[in-house]
Design a protein around this ligand. Structure first.
Ligand SMILES: Nc1ncnc2c1ncn2[C@@H]1O[C@H](COP(=O)(O)OP(=O)(O)OP(=O)(O)O)[C@@H](O)[C@H]1O
Ligand SMILES: [Mg+2]
Length: 353
């Protein structure tokens, strides 16, 4: 919607991990090197952990994107899979027919598939995303799969990508055998403040932005302050900032624009403690807005707080709805303007005929 207004050829802050938008920050570069090193080892497990939205899937997709043809990669995103379900899913990802087959059948088919692949000069790579959801026994099953060998050469290598909860799982005392098979591991951290600016500039220019300084220095500071350099948060915020800029007809964006947008989106994307400092906290309202208070001050005190809490929530909701309505009105006006211009051009062209 705002692309035309800012002369962009595509949306710069899409949420889907797109390798063509890959930005090599210090940590992302390091993670890529680990993955590449791990790949060259052709065995064992490579583990990448990181906070939510820091780019684990993006790193893996970028690697898969420019991988050599001799690797057959299969990617699974795991809900809480049992060991049997995992085997079935891995088999089906390697295009093995799984209908009416027992686990033993599937393991046999998988082994012969991996063996055939090896014979044709290729090797298999399994990318397990969201691996923090795997139960211990399923990770153990993964280890068993990595035992398939041909003349001492492992037939399957795996990447495990997961949020921080994956680390304690892998550190568990009974995971020693698994740990010994990890050939490389690394942790993705959020971007620094200067990387946050470079990241935004990179994504904008990759989406066709040709102007200069769309955002002021203070605007970048605010963005970092509110997103803590987490790429997904930056994308969500920036998408809304551009929409706001378009609706408000701003050709450059300063810290006020960012603050206004943060106020709009803070409930969707930020934790309560991230909220804008200028926010008005009603007297007596509870600070934890996730659950209404049942305070030890007694039932009556608790009820007063609850009433205040719901009042504050309703006020916020009314404000948000007001904002949404005023944006809709601006958008309608803008479309109206466009239609009028188009009509004028049409009439002019007609009269030229
Ligand atoms: N290095 C990067 N270059 C470009 N975009 C990135 C980069 N890292 C993250 N992103 C963007 O941030 C968003 C979140 O990235 P991604 O989905 O890879 O995070 P994740 O760590 O896998 O998240 P989750 O913990 O939810 O699985 C995506 O929109 C992605 O495009
Ligand atoms: Mg992910």
């Amino acid at each position: 919607m705002y692309e035309n207004y800012y002369g962009l050829t595509s949306k710069p802050f899409q949420l889907t991990p797109d390798p063509s938008f890959f930005f090599a920050s210090k940590w992302h570069r390091r993670a890529m090197s680990y993955l590449q090193y791990g790949l060259s080892q052709a065995e064992g497990f490579i583990v990448i952990t990181g906070d939510i939205g820091t780019g684990k899937t993006t790193v893996a997709n970028s690697l898969l994107d420019d991988m050599e043809d001799d690797i057959f990669a299969a990617q699974i995103v795991t809900p809480k899979l049992t060991p049997d379900e995992l085997v079935k899913m891995v088999a089906s990802k390697f295009s093995i027919d799984t209908t009416n087959k027992t686990k033993a059948d599937l393991l046999k088919d998988l082994e012969s598939f991996l063996f055939q692949l090896h014979k044709s000069g290729k090797r298999a790579l399994l990318v397990v995303d969201e691996a923090q959801n795997l139960p211990l026994e399923t990770i153990e099953e993964l280890r068993m799969l990595s035992n398939f060998q041909q003349k001492g050469k492992p037939l399957l290598q795996s990447f495990l990508l997961g949020q921080e909860e994956l680390q304690p799982i892998l550190r568990a005392p009974n995971m020693e055998q698994f740990r010994q098979r990890i050939v490389a591991s690394c942790h993705l951290a959020p971007l620094t403040d200067s990387e946050t600016q470079e990241y935004i500039e990179y994504r904008l220019s990759h989406a066709g932005w040709e102007g200069e300084n769309l955002l002021s220095d203070l605007a970048y500071e605010k963005i970092f302050q509110f997103t803590h350099g987490v790429p997904r948060k930056i994308n969500t915020l920036m998408d809304r900032v551009l929409l706001y800029g378009f609706l408000e007809e701003l050709k450059s964006l300063d810290e006020n624009a960012i603050e206004n947008v943060v106020k709009e989106v803070s409930d969707e994307m930020f934790n309560p403690e991230d909220k804008v400092s200028t926010e008005v906290v009603p007297e007596n309202s509870v600070t934890d807005n996730s659950v209404p208070s049942s305070s030890p001050a007694g039932k009556a005190g608790g009820q007063v707080k609850d009433v205040e809490y719901y009042k504050a929530m309703l006020t916020e909701l009314t404000d948000a709805l007001d904002d949404a309505i005023s944006h809709k009105i601006k958008l309608t006006r803008y479309i109206d303007k466009l239609l009028k211009e188009k009509y004028k051009t049409y009439v002019r062209l007609k009269s030229d005929d």
